[in-house]
Design a binder for this molecule. Structure first.
Ligand SMILES: *[C@@H]1O[C@H](CO)[C@@H](O)[C@H](O)[C@H]1NC(C)=O
Ligand SMILES: *[C@@H]1O[C@H](CO)[C@@H](O)[C@H](O)[C@H]1NC(C)=O
Ligand SMILES: *[C@@H]1O[C@H](CO)[C@@H](O)[C@H](O)[C@H]1NC(C)=O
Ligand SMILES: *[C@@H]1O[C@H](CO)[C@@H](O)[C@H](O)[C@H]1NC(C)=O
Ligand SMILES: *[C@@H]1O[C@H](CO)[C@@H](O)[C@H](O)[C@H]1NC(C)=O
Ligand SMILES: *[C@@H]1O[C@H](CO)[C@@H](O)[C@H](O)[C@H]1NC(C)=O
Length: 454
């Protein structure tokens, strides 16, 4: 890093320290990751007496806590440091809700599909990494991910825009009329991973359907740029063309799972290569940046955390689609070094800022900044030969998490059953139940329409 070498003496003089990252050294990366992880978890007090496990303090929304526990599972899986595992398990299990589907009553009034999706992906990662299984009387990681997937499938809504998930689950929330890439990305990502993990082709068919819909509507364009979303009030004809790192990451990683599941399907290979090429815009001098808001300083609390997930999904892509390794590995190395150099704030001189491109602390502090730096540094471990390669397990390669293909579908907030798999003779009942429920809460269960049409 030329810039960081230049600024290094200045930083030393000003703050006394920063986090030096030698991206060729497993020890250096692990030590840096440990420092940053400690800083991240210091924002969390949900495990203290009288606090609610799983929640971050204001102003952090519920979904971001899910993203944080996902990042902490990734941290453990690459570094072997299990310091925080009990805290992570406690948080995930406390937030499962009464239907064991990450729809806890305290959150449902404003929970969107993407919010539920991040907790679901945390559970999926726990299954893929053989994170210690919960006691047998508790919900299991794989079943939790399946519950979230099944409920998303039940919400697929072809009544507008030819299909797609809405951003929001409930009509009364702003964003119910918006169909966006992150909500559909969570569904796609979970479907692709469940296909690979379980070998069940139904999940893969959904992943195909979601990708095809995103492309048909123009949320993924011909050059594999992935845009934010579109309103269904004009049938998704006007695309909001903002591009976020986490959207590129979530589709890239899902596509890598499909590529691996299909044993190298060239269609998925081309999609991976395309998204990766389009992701050039998220790098300046090979250093990751949230280009839509970072350069102009307008990233909000949520957006400050996106680089964490993007980093992790890039790293996991190199394992499932090894042809991407030579492109991704150097990007993670330079980003990790720059992120470390930007961790030179606070009283300890190791608090992480957000702008890595200047390789110095930008004066901002928060969960997103800290988590993004951890994501980059932790993910860079994939490019060090002496670090253990973490291959996500499957049902047939050592995965021990117990699944439940029918999980979640009885949840009252999404309708009585997942109509897509309901036998013909139950369809009337399903539809009747749906109508009753629709009157009560106004939620649209898209799959019911699909079942009635088929
Ligand atoms: C909560 O977890 C942190 C680690 O993140 C730990 O240091 C702390 O002691 C825990 N608090 C309680 C009350 O167990
Ligand atoms: C829901 O909120 C109540 C009141 O703050 C709290 O006691 C409870 O633990 C919360 N439950 C969850 C799952 O967050
Ligand atoms: C809405 O868009 C879908 C998908 O492009 C299309 O199939 C459908 O005909 C459109 N509906 C209307 C009313 O234009
Ligand atoms: C699928 O992932 C495994 C584990 O990393 C890898 O060995 C294999 O080559 C991948 N499959 C393809 C088609 O790239
Ligand atoms: C793997 O799948 C098989 C077949 O569905 C099932 O019998 C077995 O219990 C699964 N293994 C685990 C660890 O869930
Ligand atoms: C495959 O997944 C679908 C969708 O969740 C489910 O309905 C079906 O029971 C699963 N099949 C098996 C063999 O687990």
């Amino acid at each position: 890093m030329r810039t960081s070498t230049l600024l290094w003496p200045v930083l030393l003089a000003q703050t006394g320290t920063a986090i030096t990252v030698d991206p060729t050294s497993s020890d250096s990366l692990k030590s840096a990751a440990s420092t940053v992880a400690h800083g991240l978890m210091s924002f969390y007090n949900g495990n203290d007496t009288g606090e609610t496990p799983g929640l971050l303090p204001q102003p952090y929304f519920w979904w971001e806590a899910g993203g944080m526990f996902m990042t902490m599972i990734d941290y453990w899986s690459r570094t072997g440091d299990d310091t925080y595992n009990d805290v992570v398990t406690q948080a995930l299990l406390f937030q499962v809700g009464t239907n064991q589907d990450f729809m806890p009553v305290n959150q449902t009034k404003d929970e969107g599909n993407d919010d539920q999706g991040f907790w679901g992906m945390a559970a999926m990662l726990a299954a893929e990494t053989n994170f210690e299984n919960p006691p047998s009387d508790q919900p299991q990681w794989l079943a939790l991910a399946q519950a979230v997937f099944n409920e998303m499938a039940s919400r697929w809504d072809p009544s507008t825009c030819g299909g797609g998930l809405r951003w929001q689950i409930f009509t009364f929330n702003t964003g119910f009329t918006y169909k966006n890439s992150i909500a559909n990305g969570c569904f796609f990502n979970l479907g692709a991973r469940l296909a690979r993990y379980t070998g069940n082709a139904t999940y893969a068919q959904w992943a195909e359907t979601i990708w095809n819909w995103e492309s048909a509507i123009g949320l993924i364009d011909g050059s594999y740029n992935i845009y934010d979303g579109a309103s269904d009030t004009d049938n998704c004809t006007e695309i909001t063309r903002l591009q976020w790192t986490y959207n590129a990451g979530i589709y890239l990683h899902g596509a890598a799972n499909m590529f691996n599941y299909t044993k190298g399907d060239p269609t998925w290979q081309a999609r991976i290569a395309g998204v990766l090429k389009a992701a050039d815009i998220f790098f300046d001098n090979n250093i990751m940046q949230e280009q839509a808001c970072e350069t102009v300083g307008t990233c909000d609390t949520d957006q400050l955390s996106f680089k964490a997930y993007f980093s992790a999904w890039l790293a996991q892509t190199t394992v499932l689609a090894p042809f991407t390794f030579s492109t991704i590995a150097p990007l993670l190395a330079t980003s990790a070094t720059a992120a470390g150099a930007a961790c030179s704030g606070g009283s300890t001189g190791t608090t992480c800022g957000f702008k890595w491109t200047s390789s110095s602390y930008d004066g901002t502090t928060g969960v997103g900044q800290q988590m993004s730096a951890l994501g980059a540094i932790n993910s860079a471990l994939i490019q060090v030969p002496q670090a253990k390669a973490v291959v996500p397990v499957t049902n047939s390669t050592g995965g021990t998490s117990q699944g439940n293909a029918a999980a979640g579908v009885t949840a009252p907030d999404v309708g009585p059953a997942m109509a897509m798999s309901a036998p013909v003779e139950t369809k009337d009942k399903v539809a009747a139940g749906f109508l009753t429920f629709a009157v009560v809460s106004g939620v649209i269960g898209g799959s019911v329409f699909m079942a009635l049409e088929s």
